[in-house]
Design a protein around this ligand. Structure first.
Ligand code: ZN
Ligand code: ZN
Length: 237
């Protein structure tokens, strides 16, 4: 016998909005198969791009041989293409309430594959400037970071964004690096010295933001800095 709540409860696909059965989680089977193509089984531990299990070289992959990062290792759930990319965009701009549980599930299922799973002391979201947070009302990276479990690592917000930066969408890695210089800092009384930190962001595009945050952490004496993102963009199809 269904209870009253279940009678009125309509479960719908978070992707295409059609009604799905109570037993389906988040998506209809069509959308599950589409989103399955976005998840990666093997990725470059240096840049996060999807690569074949044999594509990992000691210095990275073919895609990142000429890139330099301050973070030591990265893990991701998938590649930034539809429908995962549209879910992330909707999460940020339209429907946080319904999409956070979906994306948090993706993140939790993926983070076990990270080689730093047991090594982090702190989980730190990539911060937003207060002006952006005021506009949007929340920091999407913090919501994802809070939902993660990484061994005994604790959630920490002692990396802050102290300068508002212009939109980076059209900028190259070098231009993004210039745009971000001096934009991040750590709070007074931080405890990062000698500690391993896992930075969390929704999307890695060029990696400039993660790189700048990692640099700030290394500058104050952090040990290893790792990164976890939901999706990596810039994947060659
Ligand atoms: Zn669907
Ligand atoms: Zn790589």
């Amino acid at each position: 016998m269904k209870n009253v709540q279940q009678l009125f409860w309509q479960n719908y696909c978070r992707c295409c909005n059609q009604v799905i059965s109570e037993d389906d989680k988040h998506f209809c089977s069509d959308c599950w198969s589409q989103i399955g193509f976005c998840f990666v089984d093997s990725f470059c531990r240096r840049c996060g791009r999807e690569i074949s299990p044999f594509g990992q070289l000691p210095q990275g992959c073919a895609g990142c041989l000429n890139e330099n990062f301050h973070f030591d290792s990265i893990a991701c759930a998938g590649v930034y293409k539809p429908p995962l990319s549209s879910l992330i965009v909707r999460f940020k701009f339209a429907d946080r309430t319904h999409l956070l549980p979906v994306l948090a599930d993706f993140a939790r299922n993926a983070v076990y594959k990270a080689d730093f799973f047991q090594s982090a002391d702190y989980i730190v979201p990539v911060p937003q400037h207060w002006r952006r947070r005021f506009q949007r009302g929340f920091n999407q990276s913090a919501l994802i970071a809070k939902s993660l479990r990484l061994g005994d690592a604790r959630f920490n917000t002692d990396v802050v964004k102290i300068r508002h930066t212009k939109d980076q969408t059209a900028l190259t890695f070098a231009a993004r690096k210039r745009n971000l210089r001096g934009a991040f800092a750590v709070r007074k009384g931080h405890n990062f010295k000698g500690k391993n930190v896992c930075l969390v962001d929704d999307v890695k595009t060029t990696g400039a933001t993660l790189d700048e945050c990692a640099k700030v952490l290394k500058d104050v004496g952090a040990g290893k800095v790792f990164a976890f993102v939901l999706a990596v963009a810039g994947q060659k199809e």
